[in-house]
Write a protein that binds this ligand. Sequence first.
Ligand SMILES: [Fe+2]
Length: 308
Amino acid sequence: MSAVELFEDFFFIQRDFLTGNHFVCRGPEPALIDTGFIADTERTLDLIRDLGADPARVGRIVNTHTHYDHCGANRVIQDRSGCEILLSVTGKHFMDTRDDWAMWWRYHEAPDGYFHCARGIEDGETVRIGRYEFEARCTPGHAGDLLVLYNRKHRLLISSDTLWENDMAMINVRVEGSRALFCQLESLDRLAGLDAALVCPGHGRPFTDAGAAIDRARTRVRRFLAHPEKLGADTVKKILVYSLLTRGPIEAEAFEAECLASNWFRETVDLYFDGRYESMYRRTLEGLAGRGLIQRDGTRIYSALMTS
Ligand SMILES: [Fe+2]
């Protein structure tokens, strides 16, 4: 974890996977962008306090989307502060209708973290975060309700899960629909039209070369369009790592049984690999272990990402 003051009283907090990065604008009524993973709520509150912002005095939270690794501490902060929470218009609809499928909570068996959304943000709207203004751009693809935030004065792009430096956020067509990859390409085009000097992504470190990252992401999307089985393999790999991150060290046999029985695994393997559950599980696990991303400790396995 590291916090960086990007401009006066406006901080970027980089978190370890699986928790999404988030932002704090310090002031008498602090404002937040995203609030991390639900299981990391206490740590998130400590980090906000460490910057001199009182979670009980938060005036506004803006969420980039409703995935549970980005809005996890919302309800606790709203209960304590009574703050207003803003989502995209689509995100507000998901929240108001308790659509836990669209928000991926049901799919990933995430705990319920419903909160009250005061208002939906329109595409192109200017949104105030503390004393700073950001332009909102709707960028569906990874999530139907995703919005990025751009501060034109500082040329800062808060790209959330629409643009990462190297890897790309998971595209789950079971939830997002068969057009999701095309939506992602259109969203990348929208980001290319901005003149960002610094990009702070939803996961990973900040970076400066937005154009190169967009090109890498476009290449990846086109590869997935040409070879759907590669998207399937990427999806299985990502959810396997994320599941392991949420579990912590676990008996290998128990984890395998859990995965093979889960909604996400069976659906993905049905969609791309004709129901070859056991062989896909073993192949993916071996691939991840070979790259050092999954480690063994006796009969238990854990994600190497959790140690950083
Ligand atoms: Fe996400």
